[in-house]
Write a protein that binds this ligand. Structure first.
Ligand SMILES: Nc1nc2c(c(=O)[nH]1)N[C@H]1C(S)=C(S)[C@@H](COP(=O)(O)OP(=O)(O)OC[C@H]3O[C@@H](n4cnc5c(=O)[nH]c(N)nc54)[C@H](O)[C@@H]3O)O[C@H]1N2
Ligand SMILES: Nc1nc2c(c(=O)[nH]1)N[C@H]1C(S)=C(S)[C@@H](COP(=O)(O)OP(=O)(O)OC[C@H]3O[C@@H](n4cnc5c(=O)[nH]c(N)nc54)[C@H](O)[C@@H]3O)O[C@H]1N2
Ligand code: SF4
Ligand SMILES: [Mo]
Length: 706
């Protein structure tokens, strides 16, 4: 007899858009995956990756049980043996070489997995190492640092009110491919087009004419890494043309005069030389920001992962503040989530530069060092050298700058354990891999992205399938390892309750809970009664009541701003003769380094080539489709070049996350894909000098026939 057809609703966890899905199953079979039309946030939208959730679930390459590396073979071992071996090795490395000899690297999918978030601190608390790293410093660290300095909390991140804005300036983001970031915005195409339909405009600043730029009212090419000149020139214009209007924030601003001083000399004419955008266009963007009611400036990866990443994110906040675009409808506002509502006294505000890394003295942020120094901390001998590593849901060999040095660093360790689903470029170096269950086998509540969404909603996602026998969820692995380490160290340990219990407490104690006197009196059980999610209303101004700074004011000028302004004044963003500037690229059918093992997503036209302007090809006497060698300070790779008018002259674009053809990678389909790793070229010494965040964009390279 055939099993019954079952319809389930859950959010997709693959990217920040958290689209609601309607999934039909019959027994163990997936019949269809569609958009959930009744999800109040995503309204039925999905992308091509949603269907691949089933490929991931059924992938024969996905690990289900712990494995141990013996020579170049992997052997299945029991969970007990795995926990024991891992704990013994970590504890003995610390006993021999000090607590900091064990390092921890947490990758991006942790943020998409609530059990990893609720239980993530278990190992850190027990191991007490200062060598913590994560994908944050390959990405959005400047956003957190700026929010921490200005608003007093690293998670006080103003989000564009895309559904009400009349003018949106998008800098270094390509939401049509990424589906939005630090702006949870499913169905972004419709929402951007809606701006135009209601008579508004949106403008894109990007060295490539992206999918997003294609539908924008205006697109300006910009020389990679030069955005700080553009943004400072906009600030300059706002003051020079008397356009500053700080609205209801006026009384709360600390250091406004100093901001004006920083902008002295950053004329639109200087910015034109540096960025390639006409001075008059720069002035007009400043005027549009100031003169449009409900305007917002939004900048993401492209401006965060560059040499002035922090200064750019700071300047974006300043532009919003000066143009009456912060904490107003149509501008940028902070969200009101059911869990993790940021307010004074809230945990995890952050701290910065309290200590520094051993080898190159990079600052910690909230207890983490920038991942750009992980390899050197392993490879450089001396007291405090890292000898053992835990990776959890991360692939730094493909995702960190100078991936080849990361690769050799990992093979140099005394011990490595990975909590991961695959044997990939990074985890092949592990001694033990502990695989968690897949997303469809556990429940989920989105801890991170309701907090960053353009509209307040909440939803609980039940598991679709029962976890297979003898498998463990990420949070159970963390509890299991924690217990074993605690036993060896002879310290007290109480396993953390399941994530749903922790979330329920947070929701009940949150702003929609009974404790706060809210009429909804939300509990997790009440949220469960709404399988499509629950609408909690649009974003509303609230920042003034929620500032977490000790002064209770908006601190416009952190200590690090002035020195960085001086650095900018002494910078020339133009490349030297013969060099091109390398940038990255995302595609909607890919997701960082780990979704190339599903035929459905990799089929069709290859998407890993180097894009280059025809004029730059001609200058080098190269043909379209030729095999070229790309050389940077740290390495070289050879790949196919594709002529494209969509990249600015002087710029080349290569996506990250490829380069799977390496010995020992056990991802069958991925390993058949051509394409090299962009991070074999990016430079671990090329960083945002304030935060240490990786500067993936604007890396100088030379290109010639292979
Ligand atoms: N399909 C897909 N979706 C994803 C991901 C993925 O890999 N694939 N990754 C997810 C993750 S982890 C993140 S963080 C988000 C990122 O989300 P986004 O920030 O939207 O990411 P990108 O598509 O990389 O957009 C960055 C843009 O900046 C441009 N750029 C490069 N250099 C510069 C510069 O110097 N100045 C300016 N102004 N622009 C520049 C690039 O050309 C690119 O179009 O996407 C998430 N969503
Ligand atoms: N050149 C260049 N480099 C970049 C970027 C760029 O734009 N250009 N983007 C950067 C950005 S924004 C980011 S966020 C980083 C990402 O960097 P990383 O987080 O290091 O890399 P991912 O590719 O996301 O690797 C995810 C890993 O998690 C595993 N995984 C997936 N789901 C789960 C799960 O539920 N549990 C566990 N335990 N493991 C899981 C996968 O198998 C894979 O090994 O890359 C950065 N690197
Ligand atoms: S846009 Fe993101 S969340 Fe939505 S279906 Fe695609 S991968 Fe999933
Ligand atoms: Mo990211």
């Amino acid at each position: 007899m055939n099993a019954e057809v079952k319809t389930s609703y859950r959010a997709c966890h693959l990217c920040e858009a958290i689209c609601g899905l309607e999934i039909k199953t019959q027994g163990e079979q997936v019949l269809s995956i569609k958009g959930d039309k009744n999800d109040p946030l995503s309204r039925g939208h999905i992308c091509a990756k949603a269907s691949a959730l089933q490929d991931f679930h059924f992938d024969p390459d996905r690990l289900k049980h712990p494995v141990k590396r013996v020579g170049d073979k992997w052997e299945r071992i029991s969970w007990d043996e795995a926990y024991k071996t891992v704990a013994e090795n970590l504890v003995s490395v610390q006993a021999k070489s000090g607590v900091n000899a064990v390092a921890f690297y947490a990758g991006n999918p942790n943020v998409h997995n609530y059990g990893s978030l609720t239980h993530g601190s278990i190992l850190r608390k027990l191991l007490k190492t200062k060598n913590n790293f994560s994908a944050t410093s390959l990405d959005q660290l400047p956003h957190h640092l700026v929010s921490y300095s200005m608003y007093g909390h690293q998670s006080m991140l103003p989000i564009p009110d895309i559904d009400r804005t009349q003018y949106m300036l998008v800098i270094g983001a390509n939401p049509l491919a990424s589906n939005g970031s630090i702006m949870t915005v499913p169905d972004v195409t419709k929402r951007l087009k809606a701006i135009q339909k209601r008579g508004g405009r949106f403008v894109v600043i990007d060295p490539r004419k992206t999918e997003t730029a294609d539908i924008a009212d205006t697109h300006h090419f910009i020389r990679p890494g030069s955005d700080a000149f553009l943004l400072m020139a906009m600030i300059h214009t706002l003051f020079a043309e008397n356009l500053v209007n700080t609205g209801h924030l006026g009384d709360l601003l600390e250091g406004l005069d100093d901001v004006e001083n920083t902008a002295v000399g950053f004329t639109p004419e200087l910015a034109e030389q540096q960025t390639g955008i006409k001075a008059e266009d720069i002035r007009q963007m400043a005027r549009d920001m100031a003169q449009t009611e409900g305007a917002v400036c939004y900048g993401r990866m492209g401006v965060s992962t560059q040499a002035f990443g922090t200064l750019c994110q700071w300047a974006i906040q300043i532009i919003n503040i000066l143009s009456n675009s912060l904490d107003v409808h149509g501008g940028a506002m902070v969200t009101a989530p059911a869990f993790g509502f940021v307010k004074p006294g809230e945990n995890g505000a952050g701290h910065f530069a309290r200590w520094h890394s051993r080898v190159s003295a990079q600052p910690e942020f909230s207890g983490e060092f920038p991942s750009s120094v992980l390899a050197e901390e392993i490879l450089t001998e001396g007291e405090g050298q890292i000898r053992a590593l835990i990776t959890m849901a991360g692939n730094p060999v493909l995702s960190a700058p100078n991936g080849r040095s990361m690769d050799s660093a990992l093979s140099d360790l005394d011990f490595m354990v990975s909590v991961d689903l695959y044997i990939n470029e990074t985890t092949r170096h592990a001694n033990i891999i502990l695989p968690p269950t897949g997303a469809l086998e556990h429940d989920h509540y989105d801890l991170a992205f309701h907090r960053l969404a353009v509209h307040n909603t909440t939803r609980y996602n039940a598991p679709l399938f029962k976890a297979q026998e003898d498998t463990r969820h990420d949070w159970q692995i963390l509890n299991g390892l924690g217990q074993e380490i605690a036993d060896l160290k002879k310290v007290d340990f109480k396993p953390s309750p399941s994530p749903d219990k922790l979330i329920d407490m947070g929701i009940q104690g949150g702003v929609y809970g009974e404790a706060a006197g809210h009429e909804l009196a939300l509990t997790l059980d009440k949220i469960k009664e709404h399988p499509h999610g629950l609408d909690l209303g649009p974003l509303e101004p609230s920042l003034t009541k929620r500032l977490c700074t000790s002064s209770g004011r908006i601190e416009l000028m952190a200590d690090y701003i002035e020195p960085d302004i001086t650095r900018l004044r002494n910078t020339d963003a133009k490349p030297t003769e013969g060099e091109l500037l390398l940038i990255g690229r995302r595609h909607v059918r890919s997701n960082n380094s780990w979704m190339h093992n599903y035929q459905r997503l990799v089929k069709g036209k290859p998407r890993w080539q180097l894009l280059m302007h025809p004029k730059d090809l001609a200058d080098r006497k190269l043909e379209d489709n030729a095999q070229v060698t790309i050389q940077s300070r740290v390495g070289e790779v050879s790949t196919t070049v594709c002529a494209s008018h969509d990249v600015m002259q002087g710029v080349v674009s290569l996506p990250h996350g490829w380069g799977h053809k390496r010995e020992g990678v056990q991802m069958n389909i991925a390993a058949q894909q051509e394409g090299v790793s962009c991070n074999d070229l990016t430079d671990d010494k090329y960083i945002d000098e304030v935060s240490g965040n990786a500067a993936f964009n604007g890396v100088p390279v030379k290109i010639f026939a292979a």
